[in-house]
Design a binder for this molecule. Structure first.
Ligand code: NAD
Length: 498
């Protein structure tokens, strides 16, 4: 086995070969530098992977540009067959991919990693259907003239975060492949392994060289080069709002298409006529799943004053019962570690700040679960602050951890005002059994996805994307075709006359 693969034994004892190079033109190549990826449960190094320089990005872009010359003429049906083959290959290795992500990102194997990988296969299947249905429109102008529009694929750069390594990547590469784009995709420097492993499947599924290029590397170098690259028609980014702003600035130099999926601070509203048992369960799921490292996490909860105490009691009981911190490979674990030392320190700082600013900690650091936590690893137990005020840092800023800020409201109008008092607008959740009330409140909430009597149960067929500083453009559903095609208009003069 060459040094472009490393033999790894997973925590469950399974051995596999992990590619560690840069995947360009369907070949693995080395680069001049490497970096380590760590297991967040043990803080130990798993592997060194090759790091892309700006010049390596140029090579990958050149491969993608060259591949477009012939790939654009391949019929949609043939593209669809390759995408379906990719889904089949991934499903046949679901357990391996899930275990790799559990090791590299700390996701609980059964409750997070497996559903994540399954969702990638499902999204490949969903998007394959678009490949031969990329229609334009016919627009009648007058009796002798009409126009038609046609869609054209793009050479795209895609930049991915660490919280759903392969799944967030799939939100970008599935529609891009279906639309006939060629791709240079960069994983997060914290979780490079599953996307590298996936690249071998791309080749096996029969995609020609240069259609799908995968690089590992850091944002300031490789990410920035993707964002500014003159030969990429588009950059699609998922990550923090601050980085999204940098990506947009870098892309402005070449006026390339930009889509951004950024941060959030999503409010969950509990009205006094809600089913409180169910609201507590959804609220716990919506903020603890994936250790709270979820762009749509309901990290703010607003509860009507007359059910405030009752809700808090149900909510904390649910957290204690269902959100079990531990080893991602453990059978009972539902809450793994957070991704890194940096993220761990950042979350701990927010907890400190919450206490300093006067929020009341009712579950968290003194919780029983802490005693049974491993000595190593970036573990944080479910943490709840009550009696939070709008101006507090933990109410305004995205924490991206298993920490939630609960506040009170009296009137519906106050709930709406507090919910909208945020720079973000990714998601919002409303709990009430009065449909009229729900509709009237939900219409006024400034967010791209509104969950009525649920939280974070999004579906791949439904458009997803933020308002305000949560992003630009809609992924998923049919809406995503707009992100990966450019439309050309043809004016047809049937009479030839002026
Ligand atoms: P991040 O912004 O730190 O990094 C995201 C990616 O951008 C990484 O691949 C990184 O290498 C790259 N990057 C960093 N600096 C760059 C630069 N100057 N130019 C180009 N690329 C650069 O985000 P993260 O910590 O990986 O992810 C967490 C964030 O992602 C949270 O804010 C979360 O809300 C957001 N997120 C949003 C969605 C969504 O759909 N809206 C989904 C998942 C995560």
């Amino acid at each position: 086995m060459s040094s472009l693969y490393k033999e790894i034994t997973l925590p469950n004892g399974v051995k596999y070969s992990q590619p560690v190079g840069l995947f360009i033109n369907n070949e693995w190549k080395s680069s001049s530098k490497t970096f380590e990826t760590l297991n967040p449960s043990t803080e130990e190094s798993i592997a060194s992977v090759y790091e892309a320089s700006a010049e390596d990005v140029d090579l990958a872009v050149s491969a993608a540009k060259q591949a477009m010359k012939t790939w654009k003429d391949v019929p949609g049906e043939e593209k669809a067959r390759k995408i379906l083959k990719l889904a089949e290959l991934l499903e046949s290795k679901l357990d391996l991919f899930a275990a790799v992500e559990a090791m590299d990102s700390g996701k609980p194997l059964e409750t997070n990693s497996k559903p994540d990988i399954q969702s990638v296969a499902s999204y490949l299947i969903y998007c394959a259907g678009f490949s031969d249905k990329l229609h334009g429109k016919v627009i009648p102008i007058d009796k002798d003239r009409y126009a038609i529009t046609k869609r054209y694929p793009l050479v795209v750069g895609q930049i991915i975060p660490w919280n759903y390594p392969l799944s967030m990547a799939s939100w970008k590469f599935c529609p891009a492949l279906a639309c006939g784009c060629t791709i240079v995709i960069k994983s997060s420097e914290l979780t490079p392994l599953s996307l590298l492993l996936f690249a071998d499947l791309v080749k096996e599924a029969g995609f020609p060289p240069g259609v799908f290029n995968v690089i590992s590397g850091f944002g300031a170098v490789a990410g920035n080069r993707i964002a500014e690259h003159p030969d990429l028609d588009k950059v699609a980014f998922t990550g923090s709002t601050v980085t999204g702003q940098k990506v947009m600035k870098a892309a402005a130099g070449n006026l390339k298409h930009v889509s951004l999926e950024c941060g959030g601070k999503s409010p969950l509203l509990v009205f006094d006529d809600a089913d409180l048992d169910q609201a507590a369960k959804w609220a716990a799921f919506g903020v603890m799943y994936n250790s709270g490292q979820n762009c749509t996490a309901n990290s703010r909860i607003l509860v009507q004053d007359n059910v405030y105490d009752k809700f808090l009691q149900l909510f904390t009981a649910e957290l204690k019962k269902s959100w079990i911190v531990g080893d991602p490979f453990g059978k009972k674990t539902t809450l793994g570690p957070v991704i890194s030392k940096g993220q761990y320190d950042k979350i701990r700082n927010y907890i400190k700040k919450g206490k300093e600013e006067g929020a009341v900690l009712i579950l968290g650091e003194d919780d029983e679960q802490l005693k049974s936590l491993p000595k190593k690893g970036f573990f944080i137990p479910p943490t709840v602050f009550k009696d939070c005020q709008q101006k507090m840092t933990i109410v305004q800023e995205e924490i991206f951890g298993p920490v939630v800020a609960v506040s009170k409201f009296s009137a519906d109008s106050e709930a709406i005002e507090k919910a909208n008092d945020s720079i973000y607008g990714l998601a919002a959740m409303v709990f009430s059994q009065n449909f009229g009330r729900i509709q009237s409140v939900a219409d006024k909430l400034e967010a791209g996805s509104i969950y009525l009597n649920s939280s974070n149960d999004e579906d791949l067929r439904v458009p997803f994307g933020g308002f305000k500083m949560s992003g630009i453009g809609k992924e998923l559903g049919e809406a995503v075709i707009e992100l990966y095609t450019e439309t050309k208009s043809f004016y047809m003069n049937v009479s030839h006359k002026l």
